[in-house]
Design a protein around this ligand. Structure first.
Ligand SMILES: [Zn+2]
Ligand SMILES: [Zn+2]
Ligand SMILES: [Zn+2]
Length: 379
């Protein structure tokens, strides 16, 4: 008896099943993710929608399922009307962004007030409270400030070592979109943007391609040549008007320089891409790491707090763009002090690989939390 099986049909059926399974899985993952994102946007309630134990400490920043988040209490202690007028007064509740003493305390005691969990970076948050004299319950929105202990833990913009007016200025002028983009390398997901981005002209792809070619695929700011990595070179509109394609409004910028332009807080550059750009800058001799100003300019912004501290305490400046061979692969280092074989990294999986190569390796947050011992190891 001859068995006739049409393998092609079977195979294509299998592929279809596999593909559709995958698609359903992807769809349901995506809908779960967007449920988290929209929940966070509206503000989830701690203790109801999620538990304190689900809030992770990612390099000292607060995180929920891979997203950077903030915690705050909408109910104000007093002066609700004052808080609505100015959410940064002393009496107002603060937004916690880091594992500060308050959060640590809550974890230890297992007790917390009515905290909201949010990743809304619009700057305006629902608040409520009882009016002082009339006793009336008021609900409104206020522009709350970020907890100063959180700023100290992160050394955000050098906060911990600033004094007086300069210190208060960091607190008063803080932009949440900027704070979130500073630490974006630590997170896989980024808050949705409420602002709509102006659209490009139809021939934009061609214009951009021609322009970058004319610049020999070279970043007009840092000078890195990206012929082998064309995708990492962007064409930027200097006046931010995306339909103004006149030559003097265009600038070829590598992804790293581009994301550091004013009003580009929304740009999310992958940590690996930033490491690669620094590796290329080093190979091509584009920076001088003996100068802290340059290190601060080219390092991942998530490392700024640590770098400002190193600068303040006159530590020798680190090198950028160093990578170490590990078998057939290379492991990139965010900040390296090669003479001491000391490395600071952003991602945990870099640590073990570098340690097997004889390096002393820490996360930036560990160095900030134990700065005295870091100093001893580097000097
Ligand atoms: Zn705090
Ligand atoms: Zn550049
Ligand atoms: Zn741009």
């Amino acid at each position: 008896m001859k068995l006739e099986i049409d393998f092609n049909t079977l195979q294509s059926a299998a592929i279809k099943m596999g593909a559709s399974n995958k698609q359903t899985k992807l769809d349901s993952t995506l809908s779960q993710l967007s449920a988290i994102d929209s929940g966070l946007g509206e503000g989830l309630v701690l203790g109801e929608d999620l538990q304190l134990s689900e809030i992770e400490n990612i390099n000292s920043l607060l995180s929920y399922k891979g997203r950077q988040i903030m915690l705050y209490i909408p109910e104000q202690r007093s002066n609700i009307e004052e808080v609505i007028k100015n959410g940064k007064i002393k009496e107002a509740r603060r937004l916690h962004v880091a594992e500060c003493g308050t959060i640590e305390d809550m974890r230890n005691k297992g007790f917390f007030d009515r905290y909201q969990v949010t990743n809304d970076i619009s700057g305006s948050y629902p608040v409520a409270g009882r009016q002082h004299y009339r006793g009336e319950w008021i609900e409104s929105k206020a522009e709350l400030g970020v907890c100063k202990n959180c700023l100290r833990v992160l050394n955000y913009k050098g906060y911990a070592d600033l004094k007086g007016d300069a210190k208060q200025k960091v607190f008063l002028e803080l932009k949440l979109s900027e704070l979130f983009s500073t630490y974006s390398s630590y997170f896989k997901h980024y808050p949705m943007r409420s602002k709509t981005i102006g659209s490009y002209t139809q021939d934009w792809d061609k214009i951009s391609e021609r322009y970058r070619q004319q610049q020999n695929y070279t970043c007009e700011q840092c000078g890195v040549v990206l012929t082998r990595y064309k995708k990492l070179l962007h064409t930027h509109h200097i006046n931010c008007v995306k339909t103004d394609n006149s030559l003097n409004n265009l600038k070829a910028l590598c992804a790293d320089c581009h994301s550091k332009q004013p009003n580009h807080d929304h740009m999310h550059v992958l940590h690996d891409d930033r490491l690669l750009i620094n590796q290329l800058r080093k190979e091509q001799g584009k920076f001088d790491c003996s100068d802290y100003q340059e290190v601060l300019l080219y390092a991942d912004s998530a490392l700024e707090g640590l770098l400002l501290k190193c600068k303040k305490y006159n530590l020798p400046s680190p090198e950028l763009g160093i990578s170490v061979r590990n078998g057939d692969n290379f492991v990139s280092i965010d900040l390296a002090w090669p003479r001491k074989k000391f490395a600071v990294v952003i991602e945990k999986d870099q640590i073990q690989l570098l340690r097997t190569q004889g390096w002393t390796v820490y996360l930036a947050s560990d160095c900030l939390n134990n700065f005295a011992s870091m100093q001893q190891m580097i000097r």
